[in-house]
Design a binder for this molecule. Structure first.
Ligand code: MG
Length: 387
């Protein structure tokens, strides 16, 4: 197994799964961007064939001679390309956060590998191109996102034409139940306090704005070939039901488990089999009730952006994704108000040059453009705009 982004939160969970299934899986390749020290520790423990650092400066400073003799150290995107294309690599887990994950996913699919996609931004940016590439190479794309894994698991009960709709569950994040005017001056610290999941900072902020669910609507649209009107979102604060699939006969199937990413990761790795693993078990005696409620779309306008982008497709996903990444980065460093994250995305989506069938390189250009636009939009916006 190759893990792209092995030092992040999903990467660590992935290695946890391998640790408990060492008779089945081997960490064949590990990659990080700048976290050289963490990568070094993982390499010592897992003795992979490849270790890659993608950031040129981190790679230059990486003490190559300290690595085990069986580990080949590579750098940059070229290094990722060589590692994922190795004939001995079977599964590639793409756990890099953000748009940076697209290249690795693309290279792995080009090499015909099974890809377990934990990087939803790849499908948001270029879902139609990615799924077309996978089909043309006979490569399998398996979901790792907990909601999409739940849908994928429930889908095993029927045929593709028998799906009426899917319902994605959302915890609602730390601000569930609050009104818009109560969110104008929330701090990054407050937004980073997720009630049920422990994740990296970018996705935690996305959960607080509900942008994460917006991105997941788009992800589901491409991953399962659904129409946007077949996808619904419901808040479920306990994060026990990870999503529902409703079939044409009216039967609804759900997947339930405690919030623990090791389970969806493991299912992607052992699919279509199931084996005992490290994930936490449901304790029914501790489970008092499961709650469901409609999302507040006025307070959390990001959700509507997700539906709009899922409908329009083309260049919209890349623009929304890049604008959101840039806006979240600014929010985390105190340079943008919380409510301005979806507002900036809205503004930039509205004035981008839309095309229905962009190429991958056009999406790359738009990705950079949208990030610059967030900078411009922020410096033009007056403080009063956040109210
Ligand atoms: Mg998710």
């Amino acid at each position: 197994m190759v893990i792209l982004g092995s030092t992040g939160s999903i990467g660590a969970s992935c290695l946890d799964v391998i640790a408990s299934l060492e008779d089945r899986f081997e960490a064949f390749g590990l990659s990080a961007h700048t976290s050289a020290e963490a990568l070094y520790e993982q390499v010592q423990r897992w003795q992979p064939r490849y270790a890659v650092l993608t950031d040129p400066r981190a790679a230059r400073n990486f003490a190559e001679q300290r690595l085990p003799s069986r580990t080949c150290f590579l750098q940059g995107v070229e290094g990722i390309g060589r590692m994922v294309a190795d004939a001995d690599a079977d599964i590639v887990v793409t756990a890099i956060v953000g748009a940076a994950g697209l290249t690795g996913t693309w290279l792995a699919l080009e090499a015909g590998k099974t890809v377990a996609v934990a990087n939803k931004e790849t499908l948001v940016m270029a879902g139609s191109l990615v799924m077309e590439l996978a089909a043309s190479r006979g490569a399998r794309v398996l979901p790792v996102d907990s909601e999409h894994s739940a849908i994928f698991q429930a889908l095993q009960a029927g045929q593709p034409g028998e799906v009426q709709r899917v319902v994605l569950t959302a915890s609602g994040g730390p601000f569930r139940g609050r009104k818009r005017h109560e969110l104008s001056d929330v701090t990054p610290e407050e937004a980073l306090c997720h009630p049920t999941w422990r994740m990296g900072p970018k996705i935690t902020i996305d959960s607080a704005t509900l942008m994460n669910k917006a991105l997941e609507v788009i992800e589901a649209r491409w991953l399962f070939g659904l129409l946007p009107e077949q996808i619904e979102v419901i808040l479920h604060p306990e994060s026990i039901v990870h999503s529902f699939v409703e079939f044409t006969d009216g039967s609804v199937l759900a997947q339930l488990s405690p919030p623990d990413m090791r389970l969806p990761i493991q299912y992607a790795l052992t699919y279509p089999k199931r084996v005992a693993g490290p994930a936490k078990r449901l304790n029914w005696s501790e489970l008092e009730a499961l709650h469901f409620e409609a999302p507040d779309r006025e307070t959390f306008p990001a959700l509507d952006l997700g539906y709009e982008v899922a409908r329009r497709g083309g260049t919209c996903g890349a623009v929304l994704n890049a604008a959101n990444e840039a806006a979240v980065a600014r929010f985390l460093t105190g340079r943008l108000a919380f409510l301005d994250i979806p507002r900036a995305c809205r503004a930039i989506l509205d004035h981008h040059h839309y095309s229905a069938r962009p190429t991958l390189s056009e999406l790359g250009v738009l990705d950079r453009w949208a990030r610059q636009e967030v900078e411009r939009w922020t410096s033009n916006s007056s403080p009063g705009r956040t109210k």
